[in-house]
Write a protein that binds this ligand. Structure first.
Ligand code: SF4
Length: 462
């Protein structure tokens, strides 16, 4: 299984696992504090979920309304069915304006479409301007988290990377110093760029405007300095009315990082004089997901990242172990929808504890959907042969009380007589870190028979 194998690699560095786990739990705890300050949190969740469900039920109408209004405002609207269409459109827009240097703020959609390598192969220089994104770009790695892209890196690793790539002081790992140096370097890039790319957090159908949320102001800086701004947006980002924004802006940062609101929530409604705004609206498999009744609600996601921070599997296996652009519980729902065979292991990267669903601001039934994907994966025979055989055997044993009793007795006997070296051999990864359970003196079946006999002797028989 791909995820388990990759997680095994991550787990080899215990110190890194520990710091990853602690950092994300810290964010989760901050989120709880921020959320608990709002007595109306649960009703906000209910409202947000309702707005998203309604919007998804009339997605085509709202998207067309947005196109009309945005065009009236002077924004050029483009439609992309696939990731390839999206990349070609963005390149075409940039080439029309002779753009050779682009600054880009954080956008998971452009990661999904593989935009950076595509543009670079066409001779267009792309610089990621979100600090976390810049770190992973310099390290030639994909982001490992949708809100905190470099959370898998320690400050020592970042210090060494900046020394190597930007010539910072050797051995200086002070986060404030490193951030200051990155800021100086990025400022030069902003001034040199002739094009800017941003993502879109929310787009409003009734006004044709869109909103980009950042904590560093990098989206605004890029968009306001460049002559052409290309915003890339998935079809699910639409909201019907401006008044709905308040609900989502109150929830997004609180649930993501525990802030009351994102530092910069920038509204783009029309291009300034002499500049252009283009918006590329992308499907790339989302319509298919919309048509899957059991998984439709996954399109409500506002990418706050809270389900990643709370997930015990994500925190201890790292984002790269998922092998998909969006990691964590929500990624484990979205990625199989794009390529089930490739991502068949992801729905199993969960304890199904339901903590993800509890923290989700738009009330996506994440753990239920993971369980549903598991059923599909098994039905489509994408489970490894060994697991299929084991589960087939288990289902036969569990379907027969006699076989279940015998298997229990055989297991108890084996645990008592089989040498430890064999019980904890390489075939038993579970036993690598844990002791097998102690064999009880009697099985539940034996205890129950005894209990019934005693009850009947005492005259309490049913
Ligand atoms: S599924 Fe919910 S909790 Fe997870 S990132 Fe999306 S909105 Fe946030």
């Amino acid at each position: 299984m791909l995820h388990a194998k990759n997680a095994g690699e991550f787990l080899k560095n215990e110190k890194a696992v520990d710091s990853h786990d602690k950092a994300l739990w810290f964010v989760r705890a901050k989120r709880d504090k921020a959320v608990n300050k709002l007595p109306e949190w649960e009703s906000l969740r209910e409202t947000a979920s309702g707005i998203k469900a309604h919007t998804l039920s009339r997605l085509d109408e709202y998207l067309e309304e947005f196109e009309r209004k945005a065009t009236e405002n002077g924004i050029k609207v483009h439609w992309a069915e696939t990731a390839e269409d999206h990349n070609h459109l963005v390149r075409q827009i940039l080439e029309t304006h002779n753009v050779r240097k682009v600054v880009k703020s954080k956008s998971m959609l452009t990661e999904e479409c593989g935009l950076n390598p595509f543009l670079e192969a066409s001779g267009i220089d792309v610089v990621d301007t979100d600090l976390g994104e810049r770190i992973v770009q310099l390290a030639h790695e994909p982001p490992s988290h949708i809100v905190l892209p470099a959370i898998h890196k320690t400050k020592e690793q970042v210090g060494e990377l900046f020394w190597e790539k930007m010539g910072t002081e050797a051995g200086n790992n002070d986060p404030s110093y490193l951030t200051g140096e990155a800021r100086k370097d990025l400022r030069r890039k902003f001034l040199e760029a002739d094009g800017a790319i941003t993502g879109v957090n929310f787009a409003i159908a009734e006004t044709g405007e869109f909103v980009v949320c950042t904590n560093e102001g990098n989206a605004d800086m890029g968009a306001h300095l460049a002559k052409v701004h290309v915003a890339c947006m998935g079809i699910e980002k639409i909201l019907p009315k401006r008044e709905h924004l308040g609900v989502f802006l109150r929830m997004l940062a609180r649930n993501a990082t525990g802030q009351a609101v994102t530092t910069y929530s920038s509204h783009f409604s029309k291009p300034r004089k002499g500049a252009e705004i283009h918006i590329v609206i992308v499907d790339n498999g989302r319509s298919k997901q919309l048509g899957r009744e059991d998984f439709r609600a996954s399109l409500k996601c506002i990418r706050c990242g809270a389900c990643l921070n709370t997930c015990p599997v994500y925190r201890r296996s790292g984002g790269h172990s998922y092998g998909s652009v969006i990691p964590g519980p929500i990624g484990a729902i979205l990625s199989p929808g794009i390529d089930l065979k490739k991502h068949a292991s992801l729905p199993y990267a969960s304890t199904l504890c339901g903590s993800c669903s509890d923290v989700c601001p738009v009330k996506i039934d994440i753990h239920t959907q993971l369980y549903k994907w598991r059923q599909i994966v098994a039905k489509e025979k994408y489970l490894p042969a060994s697991k299929r055989m084991m589960m087939g055997g288990m289902s036969k044993i569990m379907a027969s009380p006699k076989a279940f009793e015998m298997a229990g007795k055989a297991g108890a006997w084996a645990l008592k007589v089989v040498p430890r070296g064999i019980v904890y051999g390489p075939w038993n990864p579970w036993g690598k870190e844990r002791e097998m359970p102690e064999v009880p003196k009697q099985t539940f079946g034996e205890w129950y028979k005894e209990y019934e006999q005693q009850e009947s002797e005492n005259g309490n028989a049913k």
